[in-house]
Ligand binder design. Sequence first.
Ligand SMILES: *[C@@H]1O[C@H](CO)[C@@H](O)[C@H](O)[C@H]1NC(C)=O
Ligand SMILES: *[C@@H]1O[C@H](CO)[C@@H](O)[C@H](O)[C@H]1NC(C)=O
Length: 286
Amino acid sequence: MASLLTSSVLFAFLACYFMAASHAGNLYQDIDITWGDGRGKILNNGQLLTLSLDKASGSGFQSKNQYLYGKIDMQLKLVPGNSAGTVTTFYMKSPGTTWDEIDFEFLGNLSGDPYILHTNVFCQGNGNREQQFYLWFDPTADFHSYSILWNPQRIIFSVDGTPIREFKNMESIGVPFPKSQPMRIYSSLWNADDWATRGGLVKTDWTKAPFTASFRKYNANACLWNNGASSCSSSTNSSSSSWLSEELDSTSQARLKWVQKKYMIYNYCTDNKRFPQGLPPECKTS
Ligand SMILES: *[C@@H]1O[C@H](CO)[C@@H](O)[C@H](O)[C@H]1NC(C)=O
Ligand SMILES: *[C@@H]1O[C@H](CO)[C@@H](O)[C@H](O)[C@H]1NC(C)=O
């Protein structure tokens, strides 16, 4: 009886705890352009955002809100044509020297050669968890959606709703997991021709500048962080926050496997040369 009572109290508590804010709307409301001296622009009454890069500078933006867990989506259309040397980023990050970070980075290429989609997860300032992919479409021809799901059990990276990477919470075997530092969304377009394209062999062709990437449909289903408190601990409505316990069903797992088999070009978890003392513990479980 006592334990039945305890578990129903716990359940009620969790139901309260996991309420979240959902927000989709105007980019003026959600985003601040933070650098680039006019090279970043919000257009069409807040429905479109563009970042540009020329020889003098790139540009970038960040979310106004901070989040502690969330499902964040945005549609991106990457720099077309010869984008070699350019990098477009879309990521979440907390401040400080022991930060957490969840990254999408798009490494440009010569016309007709494939972009690389680079992903990484940092916890307390430590990354070294890179996975890289080619995409199954031309990411410069149209907008495609890129999503980060971050909940207490897992991080899932998705492209057009197809999961490409899952990083599970494996604190039980000693792998750190981001769970206490609120993060903002950041994005930038910058020059990285010392490493981005074929490892730095192909340089940016500045005669093609300015380079422009476009963004739209920012959507944050998230627990907002405000004055040291999470919006997810102060309401009784949990029906709108299924993402907080979302996991991959068998169909999604099959699609993840398909992407990893056909499109993954680098996985730190199989890089034995890099980890001569043995692969990181999270690599041994999957
Ligand atoms: C660019 O194209 C080359 C040749 O197809 C390929 O090896 C490379 O992975 C591509 N992407 C980047 C970012 O270098
Ligand atoms: C909870 O939120 C959902 C979605 O926002 C809404 O449709 C529903 O009416 C809310 N329920 C309560 C009890 O407030």
